[in-house]
Design a protein around this ligand. Structure first.
Ligand code: AMP
Ligand code: MG
Length: 474
């Protein structure tokens, strides 16, 4: 057996079987051999081209039980029961040698019962962004869905303009979202809700099974994992862009990449999704929104947990988030967890904000100076040198006394991240059938701490500091 179909078989009433519909002249452009090995994909028996060929027939292990999951979601704060996999299909689950299961999910596979008159497709632009985004976050140590392969095609797909269509296969422990539980709760299908909860515990959170209340323990684990993931987003300047509850994974992994961006210059209010006019999903709103989303999820657990249990679980979000955020940020600077060290971090962020300095580049330059010898490249980054010098003297003194004094900070501060302008440049070439920039950017963002990129063009901030704006249409 190559693929398992546990979700489709055990929860068959929670979605629909749909056969993937191929695009014209599909070609394998990217295939992640390392990931394939880890998740137990039988790469010695099935080449990427054979996998693609198998997606063209309805009766292969990859297609015969392809399944569109039904879910709902709070979109920009409003409940929408009409969601589900409108263009993605769960092909099945792979089991690796250690016994872990991984979902294979084909995105852009054609219409499903949940497409709501949309075309069921994805464009090359958004699949490249998602492919690189998933691998980049993983390499940074931020939990994420990952990217197995990308197929280009000759089919044109209509968005704001006609664009080349594409598909990708992404992987995750499961594709269960907050919105799955919410849907069955609001639809008052309590038997299905409980089936889903039991399935989730048995297959993905077995550590919760023996708790006094396994459902409460499940919600607690989701809360803690989400808090840790959001802390990592904030540490790295990542803005997801569409934190609707249907885009929130129960595993606390970054999921459903849309108009995401890493901030270039530091701006705590940064918004890149141009449909988010009110800034609901702005950079500094993300922790609060994650808690809002967890509240929405907790509501769906309210028949299975007491009010006191729900309050206790949700109250663990903020301390978990803050502890994780502070410890990573201080470590990135080689500092310790004291109030004096924290205030040094705050002043550094204030300097970056007031001078609109590039976030990732500034941290990398700081890491390249070892805290004792000031490098010109760091000092020259700032306009107000008097303020900078004062800060540096304080920082340098703290760092030299810090227990983390000898930590190599280049291992904690990336040199390359998938900046929007780099992605756009790679996409424009790929749309002309040249994937070389995509491959190089993927390689660089998959090895983001490697010193070999320090003088490479991919490490440089964009020439202009004007804010980018990204379309949600993908
Ligand atoms: P997203 O904004 O990508 O998270 O999608 C929100 C909802 O719209 C989900 O139910 C998707 O499956 C659906 N959706 C997005 N784009 C398409 C499309 N091109 N065709 C069909 N459904 C889509
Ligand atoms: Mg989505």
């Amino acid at each position: 057996m190559i693929l398992h179909h546990q979700y489709a078989e055990q929860l068959s009433s929670l979605g629909s079987y749909v056969v993937p519909s191929p695009l014209d002249n599909m070609q394998v452009e990217l295939f992640n051999h390392e990931l394939a090995q880890q998740i137990g994909f039988p790469i010695d028996d099935i080449s990427p081209d054979q996998l693609l060929a198998m997606l063209h027939s309805p009766s292969t292990p990859f297609t015969f039980k392809a399944f569109a999951q039904k879910y709902g979601g709070h979109q920009f704060g409003h409940w929408n029961p009409e969601l589900g996999d409108g263009r993605g299909l769960l092909l099945g689950e792979l089991k690796n040698q250690q016994g872990y299961y991984t979902d294979l999910h084909l995105k852009g596979a054609g219409p499903t019962p949940y497409s709501r008159h949309a075309d069921g497709r994805a464009v090359l632009r958004s699949t490249i962004r998602e492919y690189i985004g998933g691998e980049a976050l993983h390499a940074l140590g931020i939990p994420s869905s990952r990217s197995l392969c990308l197929f280009s095609s000759n089919t044109q797909v209509l968005r704001e303009t006609a664009e080349p269509g594409a598909m990708m296969i992404r992987t995750a422990p499961s594709h269960i979202r907050f919105g799955h539980f919410e849907y069955y709760f609001y639809a008052q299908q309590h038997d299905k809700l409980e089936q889903l909860m039991d399935y989730t515990i048995a297959n993905h959170f077995s550590e919760c099974a023996n708790a006094d209340n396994p459902y409460a323990e499940l919600l607690r684990q989701i809360t803690l994992r989400t808090a840790r993931m959001i802390a990592l987003w904030q540490c790295h300047g990542f803005v997801h862009g569409v934190m609707n509850t249907d885009n929130m994974s129960i595993h606390g992994i970054t999921f459903d990449y849309g108009p995401y961006a890493f901030m270039d210059y530091y701006d705590s209010n940064a918004v890149f999704n141009h449909t988010d006019q009110g800034g609901r999903y702005a950079f500094d709103q993300q922790p609060g929104i994650a808690l809002w989303n967890l509240n929405a999820l907790a509501h769906a657990f309210s028949s299975h947990c007491s009010i006191d249990e729900l309050k206790d679980i949700l109250s663990q979000f903020e301390p978990t988030y803050l502890a994780q955020y502070n410890s990573i940020m201080l470590l990135r600077m080689g500092l310790e967890s004291t109030s004096e060290h924290k205030s040094c971090l705050t002043t550094w962020l204030d300097m970056l904000a007031s001078e609109q300095r590039d976030y990732t580049y500034s941290f990398r330059q700081l890491a390249l100076c070892d805290g004792i010898n000031l490098c010109d490249s760091l000092r020259d980054n700032f306009i107000d040198r008097r303020r900078f010098d004062k800060w540096w003297n304080h920082y340098s003194a703290l760092r030299q006394r810090s227990a983390n004094q000898s930590t190599d900070l280049t291992r904690l501060n990336p040199v390359v991240i998938p900046r929007t302008h780099l992605l756009q440049d790679a996409i424009e070439s790929a749309e002309l059938d040249d994937f070389s920039k995509t491959t190089t950017l993927l390689e660089a963002t998959s090895t983001p701490y490697d010193k070999k990129w320090d003088n490479h063009d991919l490490s440089k901030p964009p020439a202009t500091t004007s804010a980018v704006s990204l379309s949600c249409s993908s």
